[in-house]
Design a protein. Structure first.
Length: 584
């Protein structure tokens, strides 16, 4: 590094020795300017790294902070730190004037603030709602000692009222033992027997042995019938019960009740608790439940609900507007040099359902295969795998406004005050969308609102981007401007359709549990495990999107399919949005 700097000053020394001081002064000024730009670039990088490491992770930027950055930018222009050409361009691009004309009014902003205001947290235990918990009444019948009244001296044993003490307890595991009488001939030799044998539905002490001796043929048949094609047509006897002789067992060879199996599924795919951690949790509750048993349950449940998830897939890809996103995961792979490889979880969000898919790589083959026959509008990020869809006549590609905003926020966090101008416009655009949601506007009214108030703000943002397009791409602001200009056609399409959301937040919210859950379960054990997880994630996230409890839903659906032999022609009734209105 020192040798490079020395070489930079050698031409200057030669010019001084030759007596050409003007050329030496010009060369020295050029070097100083380049070093100042380098120092500025390093300072921005340090500020950005410091902000990401020790600063707030919240993406919200207060309007007061944006105003301070605008004042700083104006002060720099007044002090002559900006050239006259750039200053004249800034005067023609009046951001604040556009916000005052087409942004939210003071009354609308106060209404939005009142709607955002959260309720106070319950600091007292009495404010917690226990109305939905089951209640057990314990009567204490101890004979009280007689007391005597002060006036008449007679013993007082009249029961005036009850002293009630309410306590809340956790629900431990329990054993349900069902006994049925068995009748036979009195002689005991002819073998005439009526009734059935005693049935223990959930004996904890005998559960482990029965599960380890479960039928291997049923597991092999389930693995052979599993397929990666969402359009796979299942066999006609797929909905038949596994064990038609014993209607008290959920799985063939299992004596565990449906509530325990559902608890395992929801703990893993709703609460993101790994199975190995559940072993310790159940052991503290007095239930010795091996890891391989729970793994077998996960496999069986994913195979049982696969026909329902297939219907969810078809409903999602029939939606006119489709949201998609993906995130990276890890998968164990013995063939890989490091023993682990990179996989990807993809999510597709429709009008009513959510469908997940898993691939062991980040190639675009799988998304293109799924979207080959899709007709509608697809909101996605700038993943290059979707570039081939731009020429498709059936799909209109949309871009998320959040991706644009986050890049300008990164520039602002780096200390570039120029990013405050577009961020102020973004804030007003989102306020208008929140105002439409608050007022309950339909798609036609939303379209009118966007045309009259959002479009002028977008035009002002586009003018600002064109004026700043000369910003070096090495800077965060230059990177944000280049990305916004490249995606402008896709991101501004929401102005022409009131049903199109402004951002891809719907898909990101569905993907967020995967991103937070992988910190606990770390990786998928195999490619099949990733696909099974995608199947169960599709079902539980669709349940939550429909506003129903996955525990109650799975407990009812598993019994109907596995024990009652639910008819395939009525399978659509078990979809989460149709099941919500049915009695359990």
């Amino acid at each position: 590094m020192i040798e490079e700097r020395t070489l930079q000053f050698e031409p200057i020394l030669q010019a001084v020795q030759q007596g050409d001081t003007d050329r030496a002064r010009a060369m020295f000024t050029t070097i100083i300017q380049s070093q100042c730009e380098r120092i500025r670039e390093l300072e921005l990088q340090v500020a950005w790294l410091t902000r990401n490491t020790f600063g707030r992770k919240n993406e919200k930027v207060s309007e007061k902070q944006l105003r301070l950055h605008l004042e700083k930018e104006q002060q720099q222009q007044a002090d002559g730190q900006k050239d006259t050409q750039e200053e004249s361009k800034s005067e023609t691009c009046d951001i604040e004037k556009a916000v005052e004309q087409h942004g939210t009014t003071e009354e609308e902003y106060e209404a939005i603030k009142a709607h955002r205001r959260k309720k106070k947290r319950a600091h007292n235990v009495d404010r917690i709602d226990y109305s939905k918990l089951p209640e057990v009444v314990i009567e204490q019948t101890d004979d009280p000692k007689p007391t005597f009244a002060d006036g008449c001296g007679r013993p007082v044993l009249i029961r005036y009222t009850d002293d009630v003490t309410v306590k809340r307890h956790a629900s431990p595991f329990f054993v349900e033992r069902i006994r049925k009488p068995v009748f036979g001939c009195a002689c005991g030799q002819c073998g005439v027997v009526t009734g059935s044998q005693s049935v223990e539905k959930s004996p904890v002490d005998a559960m482990q042995k029965n599960e380890q001796n479960a039928t291997v043929d049923a597991m092999q048949k389930s693995e052979q019938s599993a397929t990666t094609d969402p359009g796979h047509q299942h066999e006609e006897d797929r909905m038949a019960p596994t064990d038609t002789k014993n209607t008290t067992k959920l799985f063939f060879g299992s004596l565990m009740g449906v509530s325990v199996i559902v608890h395992v599924i929801t703990s893993k795919y709703v609460d993101h608790i790994p199975l190995q951690r559940l072993v310790g949790i159940y052991k503290r509750e007095g239930l010795a439940l091996p890891h391989n048993v729970m793994l077998h349950w996960v496999e069986r449940v994913s195979h049982i609900v696969e026909p329902i998830v297939h219907l969810i897939f078809k409903d999602v890809f029939a939606s006119p507007i489709l949201l998609t996103d993906d995130t990276v995961t890890r998968q164990l792979d013995n063939a890989h040099p490091r023993g682990i490889r990179r996989g990807h979880v993809w999510v597709y969000v429709g009008e009513r359902g959510v469908w997940f898919d898993y691939t062991p790589d980040w190639k675009a083959d799988r998304p293109r295969e799924l979207l080959e026959n899709y007709f509608g509008k697809l909101m996605c990020d700038s993943y290059r795998g979707y570039d081939s869809l731009r020429t498709s006549e059936n799909i209109v590609l949309l871009c998320c406004m959040d991706h644009l905003r986050r890049k300008f926020e990164a520039a602002l966090r780096q200390g570039d005050s120029r990013a405050a101008d577009p961020l102020l416009l973004f804030k007003e655009l989102y306020r208008l969308e929140e105002l439409a949601k608050l007022q309950g506007l339909d798609t036609d009214a939303i379209l009118q609102l966007r045309q009259t108030r959002s479009r002028p703000l977008m035009d002002q943002l586009h003018a600002w981007l064109e004026l700043r397009r000369g910003t070096p791409p090495k800077e965060k602001l230059g990177e944000a401007i280049a990305y916004a200009r490249n995606q402008w056609t896709r991101v501004s399409h929401y102005l022409d359709d009131g049903a199109v959301p402004i951002s891809n937040i719907g898909a990101e919210q569905e993907m967020r549990p995967i991103a937070s859950g992988r910190k606990s379960w770390l990786f998928f054990g195999s490619q099949e495990a990733g696909r099974r997880s995608a199947t169960l994630y599709s079902l539980v996230r669709t349940c939550l999107r429909a506003g129903i409890d996955p525990v109650r839903y799975l407990a009812d659906v598993l019994v109907k399919i596995e024990l009652e032999g639910w008819k395939r022609s009525r399978l659509h009734e078990l979809l989460p949005w149709n099941w919500a209105g049915q009695p359990v």
